[in-house]
Design a protein around this ligand. Structure first.
Ligand SMILES: Cc1cc2nc3c(=O)[nH]c(=O)nc-3n(C[C@H](O)[C@H](O)[C@H](O)COP(=O)(O)OP(=O)(O)OC[C@H]3O[C@@H](n4cnc5c(N)ncnc54)[C@H](O)[C@@H]3O)c2cc1C
Length: 506
């Protein structure tokens, strides 16, 4: 059942076993997991069933730091406030994170999760089914194995891998009918969480206060609360609760809002490849009619090489450019590369030369976790009386150095192996932040650690020092790797669903 909170009586109190705040990838996945569990669930959404300008204004805030000239709409256009959340506009690129992403690496300060890849593997498989994509690691039921197209030799330092993209990415549309029909779940739209209210001694959330833009205020009392309002709003609602109630909820060690990061998505330059168009197209980007999703190839350093060279986890993705996009210098590179390749192929006499192909190459890069990159509140209030946000975000010299090194290694590898030529779009790494702005993958702010002095939530996503408040979403990531985060967010949500169901049984 989906109800509109505008119709609730002023100061109503609603009750449930579980209250989930937010209907994005995290909130909807958890709600689906709890269906049929016998627990009553209130699923609370700030927006309606379609986007509305008045609700959208609630997410405006201030930006400080790098990359925002390139992406000035970082706080507003990168997050959607209506049923389905930001999955209403996401691209749907999915891949589990890698083993190394969960490890504490001394050259990546503050990295490492209290759980490992193996703790999430079964949940990744179930998340793939939810999104409707190929389970990572399963063989492809197609004649042509995309991974059999080797862009770089297998014995090199480089690895290649495939992202999957769902062709039905809007999770709100995908799940709405089922959620609406569920007898366990009541969804309230137009219900914005503004405050968490703790008990007198702290350690237990008694209620959450909600507001509607029509002026209604009401509370939800639940046995357990799950905050799933997106990577940025999770911190904001808790920071606002601290200021308004004087509590230290989720913030006993001044960590709330800190260690914010994104994945860096920036142009490297152009990459010219001489191999047949169809093979590279197949590896880099193909739509599989049989499977109903898109595959996208990427190239990265092997994990042991990353460890040896003490580099962050990064990858290159490529977007093919058509011949008429080659101009000036680009045309020269294409021509000189053709000549070079021809000599080499004649020598090897086995390579089938086709027209060279040019790609736009882009970094997908891990950003280091830095406590000074943070979300704080301003004194300006939104329409519901909640303080607006300030996001301070910078790319460190070390992030830039690692990206530069990675780019050099890649250019060297493709040249050395006669695979292609790279033309950088920048001379100095200092210009990188101008192109930055992140990937719209908002991570950190309520980071996970088993140690309460180093994290806001524990390994089960429960807020340290509380017995009934959990957080889901990118905000719990202590480090992010190079992989798009939503599949991991969904895997964590399914895992929390299992835990909440077990707690009820016991
Ligand atoms: C253009 C774009 C492309 C992207 N492409 C990809 C991709 O290809 N792959 C990938 O993995 N990720 C991608 N992402 C990121 C992806 O969308 C997010 O990782 C994902 O949606 C996060 O899920 P979530 O549930 O944590 O947050 P959201 O999906 O943002 O959901 C949060 C929900 O909480 C609600 N809410 C907010 N505040 C409150 C409040 N106070 N009270 C009640 N409800 C509230 C919101 O309205 C929303 O419904 C992309 C993002 C953008 C912007």
């Amino acid at each position: 059942m989906i109800k509109d909170a505008v119709n609730l009586e002023q100061d109503s109190i609603l009750h449930s076993d579980v209250c989930i705040i937010g209907t994005g990838a995290a909130g909807l996945t958890l709600a689906k997991e709890l269906m049929g569990s016998g627990q009553s669930v209130l699923l609370m959404e700030s927006g309606g069933l379609v986007p509305e300008a008045s609700v959208d204004k609630l997410k405006l805030g201030q930006l400080e730091g790098d990359g925002f000239t390139f992406r000035p709409g970082y706080l507003s256009t990168s997050r959607m406030r209506f049923f389905g959340g930001t999955t209403n506009i996401w691209e749907g690129v999915c891949l589990p994170m890698e083993k190394i992403d969960f490890e504490a690496r001394e050259w990546m300060p503050n990295s490492g999760w209290p759980i490992s890849l193996s703790d999430l593997e079964e949940y990744y498989a179930r998340a793939s089914d939810y999104i409707g994509i190929h389970r990572h690691g399963d063989p492809y039921p197609e004649n042509r194995q995309p991974n059999s197209i080797k862009v770089l030799p297998a014995d090199d330092d480089w690895d290649q891998f495939i992202f999957h993209m769902t062709n039905k990415p809007r999770l709100g549309t995908r799940f709405k009918e089922e959620i609406e029909a569920s007898r366990d779940i009541i969804t309230y739209i137009q219900a914005t969480a503004i405050l968490f209210l703790e008990n007198e001694n702290g350690g237990h959330v008694e209620a959450v206060e909600f507001a509607t833009l029509s002026g209604n205020r009401f509370r939800v009392k639940a046995r357990r609360f799950v905050l799933a309002a997106g990577g940025i709003e999770n911190s904001r609602i808790l920071l606002n609760s601290n200021v308004e109630t004087g509590s230290k909820l989720a913030n006993r060690n001044d960590l709330l809002g800190r260690f914010f990061f994104d994945q860096l998505h920036m142009p490297l330059g152009k990459f010219v490849a001489p191999n047949p168009l169809d093979d590279h197209w197949l590896f880099f980007r193909t739509f599989s009619k049989a499977l109903g999703y898109i595959k996208m190839g990427a190239i990265a350093l092997k994990e042991d090489v990353q460890r040896k060279l003490r580099l962050s986890n990064q990858a290159f993705v490529f977007h093919p450019l058509s011949e008429n996009q080659f101009k000036g210098d680009d045309k020269l590179i294409v021509d000189s590369f053709s000549a070079l390749h021809e000599t080499e192929s004649v020598r090897r006499s086995s390579v089938n030369i086709a027209e060279p192909l040019m790609y736009a190459a882009k970094f997908k890069s891990e950003q280091g976790a830095n406590p000074e990159n943070r979300l704080t509140l301003t004194n300006e209030m939104d329409e519901l009386g909640v303080r607006r946000l300030r996001l301070h975000w910078k790319i460190s010299e070390e992030d830039k150095r690692m990206m530069g090194r990675f780019a050099e290694l890649f250019a060297d590898a493709v040249g050395r192996n006669f695979i292609g030529r790279v033309k950088f779009s920048f001379d100095e790494l200092d210009v990188l932040p101008r192109y930055a702005g992140g990937h719209f993958h908002q991570l950190g702010g309520t980071r996970m650690s088993s140690n309460p002095t180093r994290g806001v939530v524990d390994e089960n996503c429960r807020v340290h020092g509380t017995d009934n408040l959990y957080i889901l979403g990118g905000s719990v990531f202590p480090s992010g790797g190079r992989t798009n985060p939503t599949m991991t967010i969904m895997a964590l949500s399914i895992r929390l669903g299992e835990l909440l169901k077990k707690e009820v049984v016991s």
